[in-house]
Design a protein around this ligand. Sequence first.
Ligand code: DLL
Length: 444
Amino acid sequence: MTLHATEPAAAADAVLDREETISRDELEALQLSRLQHTVAYAYDRVPLYKRKFDEAGVHPTDLRELADLGKFPFTTKEDLRLEYPFGMFAVPQHEVARIHASSGTTGRATVVGYTKKDLADWAKLVARSLRASGVRPGMKVHNAYGYGLFTGGMGAHAGAEALGCTVIPISGGQTERQITLIQDFKPDAILATPTYLLTIADAMMKQGIDPASTSLKYAVLGAEPWTEEMRHELETTMNIKACDIYGLSEVMGPGVAGEAVETQDGSHIWEDHFRPEIIDAFDPTKVLGDGEHGELVFTSLTKEALPIIRYRTKDLTRLLPGTARPAHRRMGRITGRSDDMIILRGVNLFPSQIEEIALRIPELSPHFQLELTRPEGQRMDQLTVKIERRESVSAEVVASAAKVLQQQIKIHVGSSCTVNVVEPGSLERSNGKLRRTYDMRPKA
Ligand code: DLL
């Protein structure tokens, strides 16, 4: 059987879920009733919530309006770790249809579970996100998010299937094979982390394939911070439209929020299933208003196996009014995670700030690493930015580009650093979530 390429339909052709088009008032009424149900359900079924609510002196009946959510205690990754593996589950094990877990590289793994209904809701929200980003039923979707306990692969897979796409479940890695399959199967869309898509584009160029010449038209990228500059880089080298998808395992997985291709102005949080808040990361008692920068907090509104109340994501961003989906607020780009923040001689710095600055310098590539050291006998920490020059640029002209990068970092971030321009292909490539920072300072 031959599969015929589907022409991408205009965004206006998409059939949206009813909840995508309801008014803000209707949405908030739905949120309130779902929230009241969720807090009562969590209190009745999960001992940790009962204990925490009791300690805080709040009861589910105190939730009379949306603002009352602020009276309830937060949930943290530490809570999930302490309840390892299944202590946070609100249903008996035989009702848990699937389990995912974080890699646990920074401690005990955090385990999350889903009932059949949770899986169906998740697939619906990923489908909604993909559709918002331009993907349509009948399209071929190359899914390069990692399969396994990580929520990216299977979460994106189920969503693309639910949307009615043909899914190519390649997972992450084996970049040569990815390229062969992109050329042979001619997918319309690719799902990957932004840095892994960069790895693919880079490997194509090395093979003499123009990344702009493939069948790909759409990319739906997430699972790590990325910038507008990276969007521009990927869109121009690959001749695609690249949109953001956001999510986290503790709250669901990919598809908590998704970006609309017609506006490309940040991901819409699917507020019929999640109630977002922004808090002051340093004083969490302060709930901040829309537009203010802080830490993103989520409460699930429909989850059965793992209801989550006021989960502190550590992701730093702000809430913005809805545009393409007016009732659903958008989130600004994640500037970083509070635990990825580099503190260098008293200055706070995120790798995404370096990405933003470096990509504006045409001689430099998007492949960079940050190294933090404290040289023997010195008390001052040092930042070294290792960055590859572009293939097309000769080694001679990069000295001035390095100087520009150093100056721009000083101006925009406030840190002095050393810039080390290295040969194309010499830095490690991403296979999924890329590690940018190597902190070699002696531990205090
Ligand atoms: O990364 C879920 C996911 C998979 C999202 C595929 C999108 C696509 P975790 O492994 O639990 O889940 O990591 C969650 O990744 O708290 C953010 O710090 C970061 N993150 C996820 N999406 C984005 C994004 C998945 N679009 C953590 N922009 C989150 C920036 C993101 N950071």
